[in-house]
Design a protein around this ligand. Structure first.
Ligand SMILES: Nc1nc2c(ncn2[C@@H]2O[C@H](COP(=O)(O)OP(=O)(O)OP(=O)(O)O)[C@@H](O)[C@H]2O)c(=O)[nH]1
Ligand SMILES: [Mg+2]
Length: 252
């Protein structure tokens, strides 16, 4: 008998992928993200790290079949990220993806990152807004004001610390192989966990790849990165990189 349904990832036995979503009060945006995951990565398990949300984030996630790890109070993004990788490590997934809950990360792009890791081309793939490629035009994202300044400074400093160019160090779209999940599940000391994670991956000699991706504007709700928080983040990133630089120099 010929099946009318197109073969999915699930048919190919790709139930060894988990995608986690750090979420804090994202009831508005989460349904669309979960639906998109179901369409674009149908074989993947989904974990929502509900970080003390005061809205219906947890209920919305459960209603759509996601696993929910609920913190009783807000512990911050770094705790959410560590918990996501810990779940992947403890359950023995081959690949762990991460997308934001606000709809900024097209799952079709995450799937490309997952494929890079699954194919063994790298241990960690990070989606980049600022890298160009065959289907990704240069300068497709324009940053304004403090974000532009912060990103430019971070990028420069990142290049020095990692000893390679890195264009989108604050990206939250990642795919990580089993070789790196335990490392990334350890507690983060910095308020810039993605930057700290990049330093860890490089320091451990793991293969890191930056992949050009499209991202969308936040679908709704409030950005958690506004005003003084955004300025504070630049200082945090600088501190994280300084610690990372010292660490790398000691090891060289
Ligand atoms: N677990 C957890 N997740 C958080 C916390 N703060 C933000 N998040 C999630 O982290 C992701 C990124 O947060 P955003 O506020 O979108 O930050 P951003 O994408 O850097 O900023 P924008 O570009 O303005 O959207 C989203 O999925 C948020 O729900 C937190 O305290 N704990
Ligand atoms: Mg966002």
């Amino acid at each position: 008998m010929i099946s009318a349904r197109a073969p999915s990832w699930h048919d190919a036995g790709v139930a060894d992928v988990v995608v986690f979503i750090p979420a804090w009060n994202e009831e508005e945006n989460l349904p669309a993200v979960l639906d998109e995951l179901g369409t674009e990565l149908p074989g993947a398990d989904v974990l929502v790290v509900d970080d003390g949300s005061t809205d219906a984030t947890g209920e919305v996630a459960r209603a759509r079949g996601a696993h929910v790890l609920a913190f009783p109070e807000n512990r911050g993004l770094r705790a959410g990220i560590a918990a996501g990788y810990a779940y992947a490590h403890e359950h023995g997934y081959a690949v762990c993806g991460r997308v934001d809950a606000d709809g900024q990360h097209p799952v079709a792009e995450l799937r490309r990152l997952v494929e890079e890791v699954r194919a063994g081309r790298c241990d960690v793939a990070v989606g980049s807004r600022y890298l160009s490629g065959v289907d990704h035009a240069p300068y497709r994202y324009r940053l304004e004001g403090p974000r532009r300044f912060g990103t430019a400074v971070t990028r420069r400093a990142m290049g020095v610390v990692l000893r390679r160019p890195f264009h989108d160090p604050m990206s939250g779209m990642w795919a990580v192989g089993a070789a790196a999940t335990e490392l990334l599940s350890r507690p983060y000391a910095s308020g810039a966990p993605e930057v700290e994670a990049l330093v860890r991956v490089t320091n451990a000699g793991l293969r890191l790849e930056e992949v050009p991706v499209e991202m969308r504007p936040r679908a709704g709700g409030e950005s958690k990165l506004q005003g003084r928080k955004a300025v504070g983040l630049v200082v945090t990133v600088a501190g994280t990189l300084l610690v990372g630089w010292r660490l790398m120099r000691r090891r060289r």
